[in-house]
Design a protein around this ligand. Structure first.
Ligand SMILES: CC(C)(COP(=O)(O)OP(=O)(O)OC[C@H]1O[C@@H](n2cnc3c(N)ncnc32)[C@H](O)[C@@H]1OP(=O)(O)O)[C@@H](O)C(=O)NCCC(=O)NCCS
Length: 136
């Protein structure tokens, strides 16, 4: 789980969040960089032999609970290169909603070198949806 830098690439995600002031507020600490105060990114990685057992989804659910219930953020986002269908499946399995794509430096299917404008899938879970989800 990480705080997202206030910069152009991450600014593309504003389009997927509510048009509310909390989205652009920077964290009071500027170290190690200026970061958004009220929303986080979540991610996961497992060694190959542990795929297919539900561990990443368990990690993801625990991360969401920590972000919303302990840190009290307003939203959690998750991004993955377009062709990483397993990671996207984890996002959806744990209740995050597909929001669209952004472009950033990363891998593109069919290219060996990283590209500057690689498409990344973005999923979002808002606090209001988490509260409804957790309460149901
Ligand atoms: C992304 C990554 C973590 C996903 O791993 P994963 O194994 O697909 O995801 P999970 O651990 O949640 O496992 C889900 C699978 O386990 C199955 N499963 C088996 N037992 C289960 C259980 N007890 N509970 C839940 N799911 C279970 C599910 O049915 C599902 O199977 P499916 O993929 O055939 O539909 C893994 O592909 C990875 O580490 N990739 C490299 C790093 C990476 O790309 N990280 C993301 C960067 S954005």
């Amino acid at each position: 789980m990480s705080r997202t830098p206030v910069d152009d690439d991450w600014g593309q995600i504003y389009a997927f969040l509510p048009a509310e002031p909390w989205v652009r507020v920077a964290h009071e600490s500027r170290r190690p960089f200026a970061a958004h105060a009220n929303w986080l990114e979540i991610g996961w990685a497992l060694r190959r032999e542990f795929w297919g057992r539900g561990y990443a989804s368990e990690i993801g659910r625990a991360g969401l609970a920590f972000a919303f219930d302990v840190l009290g953020v307003q939203a959690v986002v998750s991004c993955t290169v377009r062709h990483n269908v397993r990671s996207l499946a984890v996002m959806r399995r744990i209740g995050m909603q597909y929001a669209g794509e952004i472009q950033s430096r990363g891998t593109v299917e069919g290219f060996e070198e990283q590209q500057d404008d690689a498409p990344f899938s973005v999923c979002v879970l808002l606090r209001r949806d988490w509260d409804r989800f957790a309460g149901s």
